[in-house]
Every structure is written in structure tokens, then in C-alpha cells.
Design a protein around this ligand. Structure first.
Ligand code: MGD
Ligand code: MGD
Ligand code: MO
Length: 821
């Protein structure tokens, strides 16, 4: 069967009932003119454009990628693929891929050979180490490389250079997921499993537009809704997402008020005694304090703050309170906020007091966004030590030093690992003299771009950018290293429910582009990093050797990989960690038998004060939680730092659309995806549009105290007083002289966002800013270039042509009879 998967992103329904197995449906797409029989090889991989980890095979014809298909047996997708995965691979073959290293000479980036480029980087590193020490060097990496690459980078940076300045764009993405898990359970590690979607009777989505950002798991929800005993959904999102449209209860709160709402939900749960007292007694500390703190947080109190009907809050509390198996998911509507960790922790609290953990259907998914964000975190390429080790615990540092065969003092742990927002500040001030950026495009994705551009362009900052394309960030670099990507190199990625997939090399990279692992290993060799016995610090070259080295580092930690191998992953497909020799099938759910990693000797973190971010000291933690139970941490609601006023009367939120990935370096180069959403737009509700005399398609200006952008207006059903702008659109494909560089109007959402972050997770705020909206030019018959299939659907359905993909977007969908192949 063929279907236009741009017009229908989720594909056909395969209904199933509660506690049944999700039926398979194998999705595939082959390039125009390629017949299945012409495919020479199918090479195993998994999705790289979100955190779902959908297994997919890459079709190879004459040494080139020619298509993809899902894998029926895959535990997370059962064969399905979303539009980004069906079509996105085509970007690999873009004519403008970087194929040779570039170095800046006389103000211009010019091509050079690898040896010259790498020697330049190594020479600068040596010079800085000698003159100013390891603290003058910083690394900013990604959630999109492979585990093997992060681990190598973590060893290289932490024990080789000896710098504390290593973080990922995961800071913008899943830092709050990690922090909320540490606060509640003492340690990172996703408690739940995607399989919980098969068993839950209530699914609550907090600030998570699953329909657009995890399209395959959303198909699963739709399939359950079409089957017997469907789950009831609770959606907390100020926009009319597809999730909201399918919800039994939809709350559209004022942006930035999640803590008030969650405190009211806790208040109601406790008031009605919908509590699992045995679970609370056996597995938690802090219940009394939590009860006291939420006692004044009545639904009426929250209704005023959140600007939602009080009856709706009571309904939401009843849904949660009467669930037999509750699954909650949490994502950026919670994480990119001034009280990110405080709010995410209250979702954990709801589960803990209701005993909704560790059994089928009862679980929390503190979601990840990027495909390998989990690996960035577990390998310590973010602001943590590898293997979820605790930087404040000398025994953990000593253990890591043993794995690496270095002195503990060689691993900086005098202060918490530096977070990305602080690293950029150091680069701005000049204490960081070299910043090596891999697999991320901060000149589009960080807040307050005027500041970021100026900071990266500084003469005194030596910037290395490792990417596939000459991105906005690469254009500001001193050295640009052309990387190979997914499909052109081998490695593993771990998705949001701890499922590890192997991605194998299918084709050669273009030109001289090299895998990120090769680049890091090459650098380590040039720097001649040694262990304490004079052996090489990094003794591996190949991905599988790096994986084996990581296994040794993960041994005995929560993310234990010792039972996995490339061969096992080839045979079995995706496997969930922890996976040991004693437990070779992996682990579906954490915390099935109590809270296992919160003990003071084992925990990754002693926690932080949710309001100030101050670290709890070991002695305090030990006295609060001597037996290592889950910690119920309360938090008071605090108003967003920047609220609308007369000059800036709107709240501005930013986020995603289904058809694009981040700064569009891949999806913007693919016809099917680009044409579905070719330009930036801004969403406003009908009442606000009428009040301001604005209409669909008008060119408007959105301004905040930091900057402005221009976009066409889409009138939708989002909450009054709110504006929404997708953050995907940088300026790489605008005409010469256009965009902020050339003085024209900006179109990147981050021209407007603020440099500010959650005190505990240090994740920046992308969901609340005060903004003004003014007319630039009338629509003159034009429409906003926004999809109609998604949250950006126009409130007047017939007013805009429907989003379709046409023939070029036809993909196959095959349901396997009988479900499980
Ligand atoms: N199509 C697509 N999928 C992706 C990505 C992509 O770029 N494109 N990126 C991947 C990555 S890295 C990530 S992190 C995830 C992100 O996935 P999501 O978090 O689902 O995506 P966002 O659009 O950032 O934000 C989700 C929702 O938060 C809502 N929101 C805004 N403010 C508030 C608030 O104050 N409270 C609440 N409750 N909700 C609020 C917004 O209306 C929005 O619908 O997606 C992943 N998947
Ligand atoms: N306003 C606003 N801003 C946001 C957000 C928001 O919701 N609103 N969301 C934030 C979130 S959650 C995220 S995750 C970030 C994402 O922000 P970024 O990480 O900056 O976005 P990407 O476009 O994914 O950048 C990844 C880069 O890596 C390159 N790349 C891809 N594969 C490889 C590879 O194998 N090797 C190398 N070396 N490079 C590769 C790509 O070409 C691309 O340039 O944006 C954040 N910024
Ligand atoms: Mo993300």
C-alpha cells in the first residue's frame, strides 16, 4: 500500500487492545525509479532525527543510499517510520556537503588537507595548555553522534586535556530530564519503557507534542485509541497539538506555570487520599513535607495562575488519581522553562505517591529529544562524569581513574562539570581561548543570537567546528572539519527508553569527510595523551574497540552495557540497558523492585536546591536519605522572569514542527520535507488577530528586548496571549545580503530569546519571553508557509490549502498479517 506520508504523517491504523502486542507495519521509501529488486544491500541502522530509536534499514544501490525501510521485529517501532526518517536520509547526498577541511586565512575559510588542519588544532591546543592551562579549552558537542564518539571525547577532554569544560547541546535538550531523575531517584536512567504505551489506561503528556516529535510512538497511541479498551489522554500544552485534539482532558496553561498546575494536581491527589501508602512508606522520603507544601495549592489557586478553568484541573486530577496504570511523558514544554527541574520533579512525585512505577503501564518517561542524547549523558560528554559517577564522591572518581589508568587528580572534579551556558560565558569573557564544537549549530540554536554571533566571531577565540555542512556556526570558525554521518560510519545510539541500536556503515562518506571518532582519535594521537604507566590513554581506533572500552567503564553502574556486543545487537536488534551477562535480555523497566541507585554511596548526585541550584552536600544527603529511597522534593511556584507588559504584551514560545529537524541542515535540504514547511511563520489565536486587525498570511514583526524576526502570520486555536515561532529557520539558505549578517530582518526564533536558565538543570528558557507583534505588510492573498496537518492548523480549516506531499512523498506501508513476524 502506498500513501502520501507528508499529508498523512502517521500512516494507516493497526488497532490493538490494551495489553496486546502492537501489530507490525513496515514503512518504506525508495528513491524515484528504484525498484526493490535493484537494491544490492540493506544495512541496519536506527533513526537519527529524534529520540525514538526506530530501527531502519538503509537501501544501497551502486554504493549509494537509495532508500530506507523499517524493521518489523524492532521493539520500539515494529517497522514504522515517520516522515523525517522516510525522506531525511537524502540530505546525506547533498551537493554542498563539506568534503575537505577548511582553515581561516586572511579572514576567509580556505580548503586545506587534513594534516594541516589537525596540526593547526593540535598546535593551538599545546600553546593554550602551556600558556594558560586546561581551563582555557572547552568542548561543546551533540546529542547526534554515536556513543563511541562521546566516550572517546569524554576521555580525551577530561583525562587527556584535563578540562572541566565539556558539555553537549543536550544542555538545551535533556539536561532537565537528567536532573529531574537525579533529584528524585539519585541517578539518571529512564524509569519507564515505550512498551508502557501498550499497558497504560491513562497517558499524561506534559509539554510534549508527541504527535510531531515522536511520530512513531504517537502512531502507537493512535492505534490503541482505535482498539479495545483505549487509554484516556491528559494533555498539558498551550497549543492545539494533535495530542490536545485526541485528549480526554486538555489543559492549555499560561506558559511557564507548570509548577503551579502540578502542585494543584498533587494537592488533589493527596486530599482525596489517592495515595499508595505502602509504596510511599517503603520507597520514599519527604512525603510529609510535600503534603504540607502543596496544602495551600488548591485547584482554584492554580486556575488563576495558569488561566485554565478550575473544573478542568479537577478533571485532570481525577484522571491521574483514578488511573490503574498511569504513564506520564515530559518534554520541552516543561524542560525549557525557568522552573524546569522543579516541574519535572513534581511529575515524578505524582508517580511516586501513587505507586505508579516499575510495572507494565505504570511509568515515567522523562523524555529525551535527540537520537543519542542518552549516550552524551551516560558517557560523560555532558556536564557529568562517565557512567553516571558522582563528581562529589571520591570513591567514584577513584573508580573512574582506575578504568582509565590515571591518577584521580588527573580528572577535574574540584567543581561541578561546567555547563554549556557557562562555557559560552567563559568564551565571551576570554578565559576559554579555544572552543571545539562538534555536531551542533549554536549560531542558530542558542538563545540571543546577536550575542552568540559576536562571541563566536571574536578574534581571540579559536573555534573548531566539526559538521557536515558550512552552517551558520561553521562560517564563524577558524577551522572547519568535514564529518561523516549516520549511514557513513558505524556506532551505537541509545534511545529515550534505554534501547541500544547498532547503526552500521552503508556507504562511503563524501570526499575526505571522516567519522567523528576518527577525528577525535587522530587528535588524541597527535597530542600523545598517556595513562599513568606511559601507555596510550586512548588505545582504540575502531568503533567496536571504543564500544568495548565503554563497556568496561559502564560495568557495575546503572547504565551497564557489559552484556552487549556488536554481534548481539546485530542478532537481536535493539536491547535496553542495563544489560549484563547475568541479564542478557536487557531491562525493560527500572525500579521494579525498589529504588536502586539513590543510596548515598551509589547515587550520581546528592541533589540540588530546586530554587537556587545550590548542591546538597554529602552529609546532608546521607542524613536525609540514609537508605537510598526516592526523594519527594517539593517546590514553590515562581512567576516567569519575563512577563508581558504594555510594550511587550504577548508571551512568545518557540519549538518544533513535524517536518523539520532543528536548524534544518538535513531536513531543509530534502524536497519532501522542505516543501511541507519552507519558511518561518508565527502563530497567533483568532481573538488576538481580530483585536489587532491582523489576518492569515500578513507579514508581521515579532520583537522582544533582545531582537526581532519577520514572518507570516498563521491564525490558529492556541491560547490567547501566546505567540509561537518554530526555531528551525536559520539563514543559510537566504539570499546573499539577507539575514542578520547582511542587515536584513532575521528569521531565527533565537534572535528573540533570552539568556537565562533553570537554576538546577541549567537548561535555557526557550518557551517564555515577552514579545510585541506588529504588522509589516498585508498578506495580499498569501498564506503562512505553515503545515495544516499539525499544531499549526489554521483555526478556519477551509481558509488555507491542505499540506500534501504529492507523488514524491508516496511511501509504502505493509502490515504483516497476524502482527508479529
Ligand atoms: N519533528 C521534529 N521532531 C523532533 C525534533 C525536531 O526538531 N523536529 N527534535 C527532537 C528533539 S532534540 C527534541 S528535544 C524533542 C522536543 O519535542 P517536544 O518537547 O514535543 O517539542 P517542542 O515543540 O519543543 O515543545 C513541546 C510543546 O511544549 C509546549 N509548551 C510551550 N510552553 C509550555 C508550557 O509552559 N507548559 C507546557 N505544559 N507546555 C508548553 C508547546 O506548545 C509545544 O507544543 O523533539 C525531538 N523530535
Ligand atoms: N528557540 C529555541 N531554540 C532551541 C530549542 C527550542 O525549542 N527553541 N530547542 C533546543 C533543543 S531541545 C535542541 S536539541 C537544540 C538543537 O540544536 P542544534 O544541535 O544546534 O541543531 P542541529 O540542527 O541538530 O545541529 C546539529 C548539527 O550537527 C550536524 N551533524 C549531523 N550529524 C552529524 C555527525 O554525524 N557529525 C557531525 N560532526 N555533525 C553532524 C548537522 O549538520 C548540524 O549542523 O536546539 C535548542 N534550541
Ligand atoms: Mo532537543
Amino acid at each position: 500500500m502506498r500513501a502520501d506520508r507528508i499529508a498523512d504523517p502517521w500512516g494507516d491504523r493497526t488497532p490493538y487492545g490494551r495489553h496486546e502486542t502492537w501489530p507490525s507495519r513496515v514503512d518504506g521509501y525508495l528513491a524515484e525509479g528504484v525498484e526493490p529488486a535493484a537494491v544490492h544491500r540493506w544495512v541496519a541502522a536506527a533513526s537519527l532525527l529524534h529520540s525514538g530509536g526506530d530501527a531502519m534499514d538503509i537501501a544501497v544501490v551502486d554504493g549509494r543510499m537509495a532508500g530506507v525501510r523499517g524493521r518489523a521485529a524492532d521493539r520500539v517501532s515494529r517497522g514504522r517510520l515517520g516522515p523525517k526518517d522516510l525522506f531525511g536520509w537524502q540530505a546525506n547526498a547533498s551537493a554542498d556537503r563539506l568534503t575537505r577541511p577548511l582553515v581561516r586565512r586572511g579572514g576567509h575559510l580556505v580548503e586545506t588537507d587534513w594534516d594541516t588542519a589537525m596540526e593547526l588544532v593540535a598546535a593551538r591546543t599545546r600553546e593554550l595548555l602551556e600558556e594558560r592551562g586546561p581551563g582555557s579549552i572547552g568542548f561543546y558537542t551533540s546529542g547526534q553522534l554515536f556513543l563511541e564518539e562521546y566516550y572517546t571525547l569524554a576521555v580525551l577532554a577530561r583525562a587527556g586535556i584535563g578540562t572541566n569544560h565539556l558539555d553537549g547541546n543536550t544542555r538545551l535538550c535533556t539536561a532537565t530530564a537528567a536532573e529531574a531523575l537525579k533529584e528524585s531517584f539519585g541517578c539518571d536512567g529512564q524509569p519507564g519503557s515505550f512498551d508502557d504505551l501498550d499497558h497504560a489506561d491513562v497517558i499524561a503528556l506534559f509539554g510534549h507534542n508527541m504527535a510531531e516529535t515522536q511520530t512513531v510512538q504517537w502512531s502507537r497511541v493512535l492505534d490503541r485509541q482505535a482498539g479495545g479498551d483505549p487509554p484516556r489522554l491528559l494533555c498539558v500544552d498551550p497549543r492545539p497539538t494533535q495530542v490536545a485534539r485526541h485528549a480526554a482532558v486538555h489543559l492549555a496553561p499560561r506558559a511557564g506555570t507548570n509548577v503551579a498546575l502540578l502542585n494543584a494536581l498533587l494537592h488533589e491527589t493527596i486530599r482525596h487520599d489517592r495515595i499508595d501508602h505502602d509504596f510511599v512508606e517503603a520507597h520514599t522520603v519527604g512525603f510529609e513535607e510535600l503534603s504540607e507544601r502543596v496544602a495551600p495549592c488548591t485547584p482554584q489557586w492554580a486556575a488563576d495562575i495558569c488561566d485554565v478553568p478550575v473544573s478542568r484541573i479537577i478533571e485532570a486530577a481525577e484522571l491521574i488519581g483514578t488511573a490503574d496504570a498511569l504513564l506520564s511523558t515530559v518534554l520541552q514544554g516543561v524542560y525549557q522553562a525557568h522552573q524546569a527541574t522543579a516541574a519535572a520533579v513534581q511529575v515524578n512525585n505524582l508517580h511516586l505517591i501513587r505507586g505508579m512505577l516499575g510495572r507494565p503501564g505504570a511509568g515515567v518517561l522523562q523524555m529525551n529529544g535527540q537520537p543519542s542524547a542518552q549516550n552524551t549523558r551516560e558517557c560523560g560528554a555532558d556536564g557529568d562524569l562517565p557512567g553516571f559517577r558522582n563528581w562529589q564522591n571520591d570513591a567514584h572518581v577513584a573508580d573512574l581513574a582506575k578504568v582509565w589508568n590515571v591518577e584521580p587528580s588527573a580528572i577535574p572534579h574540584f567543581a561541578p562539570p561546567t555547563h554549556a551556558m557557562q562555557m559560552f560565558r567563559y568564551a565571551e569573557q576570554g578565559s576559554i581561548g579555544m572552543l571545539w564544537i562538534s555536531g551542533t549549530n549554536p549560531a542558530v540554536s542558542l538563545p540571543e543570537l546577536t550575542r552568540i554571533r559576536a562571541l563566536l566571531a571574536q578574534e581571540r577565540l579559536f573555534t573548531v567546528v566539526q559538521d557536515l555542512f558550512l552552517t551558520e556556526t561553521a562560517r564563524l570558525a577558524d577551522v572547519v572539519l568535514p564529518a561523516a554521518t549516520w549511514g557513513e560510519k558505524t556506532g551505537t545510539i541509545t534511545n529515550a527508553d534505554r534501547t541500544v541500536h547498532l547503526c552500521e556503515k552503508a556507504v562511503e562518506p563524501p570526499g575526505e569527510a571522516r567519522p567523528d571518532l576518527d577525528i577525535f582519535v587522530d587528535f588524541a594521537r597527535r597530542m600523545d595523551f598517556r595513562d599513568k604507566d606511559g601507555g596510550p590513554l586512548i588505545g582504540w581506533r575502531e568503533p567496536e574497540e571504543a564500544f568495548e572500552a565503554w563497556k568496561r567503564c559502564s560495568a557495575g553502574r546503572p547504565c551497564d552495557y557489559t552484556g552487549l556486543s556488536y554481534d548481539r545487537l546485530r542478532d537481536a536488534g535493539g536491547i535496553q540497558w542495563p544489560c549484563t551477562e547475568a541479564n542478557p535480555q536487557g531491562t525493560e523497566r527500572l525500579y521494579t523492585d525498589g529504588i536502586t541507585w539513590a543510596h548515598p554511596d551509589d547515587c550520581e548526585s546528592y541533589g540540588k536546591d530546586l530554587e537556587t541550584g545550590a548542591a546538597v552536600d554529602p552529609v546532608e544527603y546521607r542524613s536525609l536519605n540514609p537508605d537510598g529511597k526516592a526523594v519527594l522534593k517539593a517546590a514553590a511556584y515562581v512567576e516567569p522572569h519575563e512577563m508581558p507588559d504594555e510594550r511587550y504584551p504577548f508571551q512568545l514560545s518557540t519549538g518544533r514542527t513535524l517536518y523539520h529537524f532543528h536548524t534544518r541542515t538535513k531536513t531543509g535540504r530534502v524536497a519532501q520535507l522542505d516543501e511541507a514547511a519552507p519558511e518561518v511563520w508565527v502563530e497567533v489565536c483568532a481573538a488576538d488577530a481580530v483585536r489587532l486587525g491582523l489576518g492569515e498570511g500578513d507579514l508581521v514583526r515579532v520583537a522582544t528586548p533582545r531582537g526581532a524576526l519577520e514572518a507570516r502570520l498563521r491564525v490558529t486555536d492556541l491560547r490567547p496571549g501566546l505567540l509561537f515561532v518554530p526555531f528551525h529557520y536559520g539563514y543559510w539558505d537566504t539570499k546573499e545580503g539577507d539575514g542578520p549578517d547582511g542587515g536584513g530582518p532575521g528569521r531565527a526564533a533565537n534572535e528573540t530569546t533570552v539568556t537565562d536558565w533553570d537554576p538546577a538543570s541549567k537548561q535555557p528558557l526557550f518557551k517564555t519571553a515577552a514579545a510585541a507583534l506588529t504588522l509589516v505588510a498585508r498578506a495580499d492573498g498569501r498564506y503562512a508557509p505553515a503545515p495544516t496537518t499539525t499544531a499549526s492548523a489554521p483555526s478556519d480549516a477551509g481558509s488555507v490549502p491542505a499540506t500534501t506531499g504529492g507523488r514524491q512523498a508516496y511511501a509504502t506501508q505493509d502490515t504483516v498479517p497476524g502482527g508479529t513476524p
